[in-house]
Design a protein around this ligand. Sequence first.
Ligand code: NAD
Length: 503
Amino acid sequence: MTSAIQDKVLSTAQKVKVDLWLQTPKTALINGQWSTRVDGIATEAKDPATGRVIGRFVDSTAGDVDTAVKAARHAFSSWKKVPRRERASMLNKIANVIREHSAELATLEALNNGKLYREAYVDDLPESADVFDYYAGWVDKFYAENCPVDEGFLNYTRHEPLGVCGLIVPWNFPLLLAMWKIAPALAMGNTVVVKPSEYTSMSLIRAVELIIEADILPQGVLNLVLGGAEAGRALCEHPGVDKISFTGSTQTGKRIVQSAGVSNLKLLGLELGGKSANIVFDDVPDLQFAIARSFQAMFSHKGEKCSEPTRLFVQKKHYETFVSALKDLADKVICGNQFDERAEQGAQCHQAHFDKIMHYIDLGNKAGFRLVAGGKQDVAGTNSEGLFVRPTIFADVDNNHAIAKEEIFGPVLVVTPFSTEEEVIAMANDTIYGLAAGFWTSDVSRAHRVAAELDAGMVFINRYGCYDFASPFGGSKQSGWGKEMAVHSLHSYTKLKSVWVKI
Ligand code: NAD
C-alpha cells in the first residue's frame, strides 16, 4: 500500500524529474547557468524513509562561492535601480511559479526530508509562495523618515539595499526558510547567494531552477551554491558578502559570528536553536484543547521544528491527566512513508540526526525518568531502513538534566510538574535558549504578567504556535539575533542613511 501510494504520486511528471536527479549530479546555479564543474566532492541524498539514494550533488568549492558572489555583485549595480513596482511584479511572478509547481516541489521536499507529503504540500508550499506576494506588497510602502531637526535644515533617512546577501538554511524546512529570506532580500534591492543544507537541497535547487527558467529576474540576481560547512564558511568569510542571514544550530551560528569577524564584519541575522517551554496552569481555559494543541505543536513535522514546545510544565492539578492523555495520543500515531496517506509522522531527516535522537532517549532512560510513550525506533510496517522514531514522552523530568537542557530537535517531549507561578517561570527561563514559550491560563492579569516574565522572542497564550508574515519571528539569548518577517525583515535587508540639507 505504501509503495502503491508513493508510485501514484511519483507516476506523474514528477517521477520523471525525480529520476533525472540521479542521472546528472546537480551543481551550483550561478548567473542563471548550471556550473559546469563536476569534479568537486559528490554528495548523495537519501530518502530517509527507505534509505534509497534519490539524488547526487557536487559540493561547491570556495572558488564556486567566489564566482557566485562576483555574479551577485555584478548584478547588484543594476538590480538596485530597478523601479520598485517592477521589482514587486517580479516577486508576484515568483509566487505564481512556486504555486504552479507546488505538487512537484512538495514531492521533492517530502522525499528528501522525510516529512509527510501532506505537511509539505499543505503547510510549506503555500507559505513559500505567499511570502513573495507579501513582500511584493511592501516594496513601495516601506517609508523612511522626515526627521524633526532644528529649523534651517531638512533631515531625512533612506533605506538602502545592503548589496550581496548570503542566505544559509537548515534541513527542516528547506524551501520555506529559504523563501522567507529570498523574498525580503530581493524586495529591498539586494542580490542573493543562497545555500541549502547538504542534506536537503532538492526542493530549493528545483525552485531556483524554475525561477530561472521562467526568466523573471535579471541574471546574477539569484544564485545558488551547494554543500555543507565548507561552502557555508566560504560564503560567511567572503569579503564581497554584505550580510549573512542564517537559520540553523546555535553551534554553527557561533562559527558564523567568527567568520564575519575574521573577514569584513558583515551584518548577521541569526535564527538559531530552541528548547521552548509550554506551561499549563491549573486554570487552563480548555483542558482538552490544550492537550490536543500541545501534542500537535510538539510532534507535527516529526518534532523537527525550532520553536516546538519540547519542555512541558504542568501544574499539579492536571498533571497526571495531561500526561496520560498525551500518552494515548502518542501511542496512536502511525509512523510511515511520507507518501502514505495513513501516515501521521514521517522519518527523521538523516542518519546522524536519528542517532542523536536515540542517544538522548538513551540518556533519559539511563537517568530513570518515567518513559510514558515511545522511546524506540518504529519500523513503519516492514521497513527497518527507515529513520522513524516513535513519539516519545518522558515524565517527571528534572529540568537540569541534559534531555531538558539540550536541543534534541526530534519527537521527544519532557514533562515536569510545578506548584507555583514563580517556580515555573524560573524553570522556563533556565535555559540558554529564548526562541519561544507558551502558557495556558484563564487569568487575564497572570496572562500579561507571565508574558512579560518569559525570556523568549515569541510567547503564545492559550494556543501554542501562531505564525503570520505580519508578526516578527525570532528568538532572544542564544536562539539568535534579529527578527524575520513583517517590516523587521525589510529593516534587516537595508541600511539606514541620514541625509542633511541646509535650507
Ligand atoms: P546546522 O547549523 O548544522 O546547519 C545549518 C546550515 O549551516 C546548513 O546549510 C549547513 O550546511 C550550514 N553550515 C554548517 N557549518 C557551517 C559553517 N561553519 N559556516 C556556514 N554555514 C555552515 O543546522 P541543521 O542541523 O541543518 O538544522 C537544525 C538546527 O536549525 C536546529 O538547531 C534548529 O533549532 C535550527 N533552526 C532554527 C530555526 C529558527 O528560526 N530559529 C528554524 C529552523 C531550524
